[in-house]
Ligand binder design. Structure first.
Ligand SMILES: Nc1nc2c(ncn2[C@@H]2O[C@H](COP(=O)(O)OP(=O)(O)OP(=O)(O)O)[C@@H](O)[C@H]2O)c(=O)[nH]1
Ligand SMILES: [Mg+2]
Length: 318
């Protein structure tokens, strides 16, 4: 291992912000150093508690994450925040708003905030997010909060990384529990009814609770509904307490290891898939040859099975 990488990982472990930022950029770009660094860091991971915060756009996820972070900081816990936007292909726009909102933490070295968006045609945002979470873990962040929008496959994959998933809902979006995406109900360990200062909060509260009543219990845990007004910091302590209760429930029931094994199984599959794809298509000419083959298939000049055989052969995999 080059001395520079060794140095770099030491700086990350010490929580050096510049070293961490550079490593995250390397992860996002799929640079070879990223793999080396993550290998070096891995033995130092496994201590952070990962909380996923998801929900429809504008429900107040960033505000909640910001308040939760402040809650932990007031208890001297170090915090990492990853704001993931699968709908954006570059960092900016709405995410920039998050940065500005979170500037209240500027100058606090106990908190590290990073936005991530999709890069490259091989995708892999969930994989990059998982790697960044490992990096924050190795850097000693005790709580890692991962904010992600919506319920697409990317988001579900991202949420799967978390030890605890918080689903955020608000009254008056017209998305009554009935026509809410089923996916959200299934992934939530805790439901937050944010903007509970707004009209319709009681009704949504009742609907949610009725729905959760009939939902099958998972591992002896009944997801609670926590009412918050994130902008005013109301309900934040209750939310933090619910997350803590969930953590202890899993530890007491001895389920944490089983859940982690399942999580690593998913990650290994994801890493394998990515490695194989990268081998078949990874270099600069990869996307071009994929486009060319796709065009041939679309024109019925070639069948898709032969096209994949060709890709595998070129990569020396068949
Ligand atoms: N009335 C009220 N407004 C809130 C509350 N929480 C957040 N907001 C406002 O709702 C708007 C969206 O909040 P964000 O925290 O950016 O929501 P988000 O879910 O992160 O948004 P995206 O990341 O764009 O999906 C902002 O104007 C907040 O000030 C709340 O509890 N009550
Ligand atoms: Mg946000």
């Amino acid at each position: 291992m080059p001395a520079s990488v060794e140095n770099w990982t030491e700086q990350i472990r010490a929580g050096d912000i510049r070293a961490m930022s550079r490593a995250i950029t390397a992860i996002e770009n799929g640079a070879p150093e990223a793999g080396q660094i993550l290998r070096e860091l891995f033995p130092a991971t496994g201590n952070a508690y990962l909380v996923g915060v998801t929900g429809a756009p504008g429900t107040g996820k960033s505000t909640l994450v910001d308040r939760l972070a402040a809650h932990h900081r007031s208890r001297k816990k170090t915090v990492g925040i990853i704001a993931v936007d699968p709908t954006s292909t570059f960092t900016g726009g709405a995410i920039l708003g998050d940065r500005i909102r979170m500037q209240g933490h500027a100058g606090d070295s106990g908190i590290f905030i990073r936005s991530m968006a999709t890069r490259g045609f091989l995708g892999g945002l969930a994989r990059a997010t998982a790697d960044v979470a490992l990096l924050l873990d190795a850097a000693g962040k005790q709580v890692v909060l991962i904010e992600t929008v919506g319920v697409g496959q990317d988001e579900v994959d991202i949420v799967r990384l978390a030890d605890c998933t918080v689903v955020v809902m608000v009254p008056g979006l017209g998305d009554d529990v009935q026509n809410m995406k089923a996916g959200l109900m299934e992934i939530g360990d805790i439901f937050v009814l944010n903007k509970s200062d707004r009209e319709g909060a009681d009704r949504l509260d009742q609907q949610l609770k009725a729905m959760l009543q009939i939902a099958p219990e998972r591992d002896g845990w009944k997801p609670p509904v926590i009412r918050t007004v994130a902008t005013e910091g109301k309900g934040i302590a209750e939310l933090a307490a619910a997350i803590e209760k969930f953590r202890r429930h899993f530890e007491a029931a001895g389920l944490r290891r089983a859940k982690q094994t399942e999580r690593w199984k998913q990650r290994l599959l994801d890493l394998l898939e990515h490695r194989l794809m990268a081998r078949a298509l990874g270099d600069a000419s990869g996307e071009a040859s994929l486009d060319a083959l796709a065009a041939e298939v679309a024109e019925r000049k070639k069948d898709p099975y032969a096209a994949v055989d060709e890709l595998l052969r070129r990569a020396g995999l068949a």
